[in-house]
Design a protein around this ligand. Structure first.
Ligand SMILES: NC(=O)c1ccc[n+]([C@@H]2O[C@H](COP(=O)([O-])OP(=O)(O)OC[C@H]3O[C@@H](n4cnc5c(N)ncnc54)[C@H](OP(=O)(O)O)[C@@H]3O)[C@@H](O)[C@H]2O)c1
Ligand SMILES: *[C@@H]1O[C@H](CO)[C@@H](O)[C@H](O)[C@H]1NC(C)=O
Length: 316
């Protein structure tokens, strides 16, 4: 029997590393791509180590080596992106070239059949942010370049690849990766300022449904298993979030409660009082009932996720 081949594009990033760990426990042949350096400490921790490939999504350079050494994957999870909204705003050309997976789909098309399931990471920032609990059918009206590039990616995939799942994820939080990522992680950042006793501004009028990273990993593992056992064409768009709609102030309060910090350090301000160099949608909380109904997975509460995050993070 042919073993299932899974390729994680952007396996060196925050979600990518957690995903590789999740897939490592499964009977699949595993490969991933990186753009800068491979996550060496993670590779040392996974046995057998996954195949590693250097790929540049802007040019498509590196995909041929995957064809030769690994072959056509049954499942591709695309976690690669220019994922920082401000970076997308400063360099829209790079945002479009990296976030719209043209070179990836072109490579998949080169196999001559379209049997690969493409699981693609999108964002809650496809929504405008002017109401609560967006549903998948609601119109996508992005307010910044990051959101625009992600909407363009969704449209590109829907028109050019027949079998896909698009995951519109809220803020992903959880423990640091085995090979630490350099970008600042949301819960760890809040924990840092509060534990140092620094009074800090938090928005009371910006709402998200943060999702615990291991829930997202389990969702992707479940979709992979459904695809392998059913092999029915999938064309799915799913909101991915936790069960709680929280403001930035409420996020900080949850961290303070968990770490035993003085809540007077949390200074509530309006998001409109700060210029972040990029428009940020106000309320992009999402209705996740489709996810719960289709996969039977209920993500954990924000409070429990914060606890697990801070327990797991070794401060050394
Ligand atoms: N983190 C969140 O809170 C969040 C929320 C909503 C949606 N998302 C989406 O979820 C996905 C994963 O997010 P993440 O936080 O794991 O992102 P991340 O940590 O920034 O990782 C990005 C990945 O993309 C790769 N990459 C960047 N430029 C590339 C290029 N030109 N060619 C090939 N690969 C390139 C990076 O490779 P190197 O590191 O090797 O350079 C890295 O593996 C992204 O699509 C993101 O937009 C994330
Ligand atoms: C929290 O900080 C405020 C202001 O510095 C102080 O008045 C209050 O006593 C502190 N509360 C606790 C429980 O330490």
């Amino acid at each position: 029997m042919v073993r299932t081949r899974v390729l994680v594009v952007g396996g060196s990033g925050y979600l990518g590393q957690h995903l590789l760990q999740g897939f490592a426990g499964k009977p699949y042949d595993l490969a991933f791509t990186h753009h800068s350096s491979p996550p060496q400490r993670l590779l040392d921790a996974i046995s057998p180590p996954p195949f590693a490939f250097h790929v540049d999504l802007q040019t498509g350079q590196g995909f041929d080596a995957i064809t030769n050494a690994f072959g056509q994957p049954h499942v591709v999870v695309n976690c690669a992106a220019l994922s920082v909204p401000r970076a997308c705003e400063t360099d829209p050309t790079a945002a479009m070239a990296i976030n719209v997976p043209c070179s990836l789909v072109k490579w998949l098309s080169s196999f001559g059949d379209s049997t690969t399931l493409l699981i693609h990471l999108s964002t809650d920032q496809v929504y405008e942010g002017v109401k609560s609990f967006y549903k998948e059918e609601d119109e996508a009206v992005p307010v910044n370049m990051y959101g625009k590039s992600k909407v363009a990616a969704e449209q590109f995939i829907s028109s050019n690849w027949p079998t896909f799942v698009i995951l519109r994820s809220s803020i992903i939080y959880g423990p640091q990766t085995v090979s630490p990522v350099t970008k600042s992680l949301p819960i760890q950042w809040i924990d840092g300022v509060l534990s140092r006793g620094e009074g800090t501004h938090f928005f009371y009028d910006e709402f998200r449904c943060p999702v615990y990273v291991k829930d997202l990993v389990n969702i992707i593992l479940a979709l992979t298993e459904i695809w392998i056992s059913d092999n029915r064409q999938m064309q799915l768009v799913l909101n991915i979030g936790g069960p709680d709609r929280v403001s930035r102030v409420q996020m900080a309060e949850a961290v303070a409660a968990c770490g035993g910090y003085n809540t007077s350090l949390i200074k509530p301000v309006s998001a409109s009082s700060v210029n972040r160099g990029v428009n940020s949608p106000a309320d992009i909380s999402m209705d996740i009932s489709k996810l719960v109904r289709l996969l039977g997975i209920t993500p954990i509460s924000f409070k429990d996720g914060v606890k697990l995050t801070l327990e797991n993070d070794d401060p050394s």
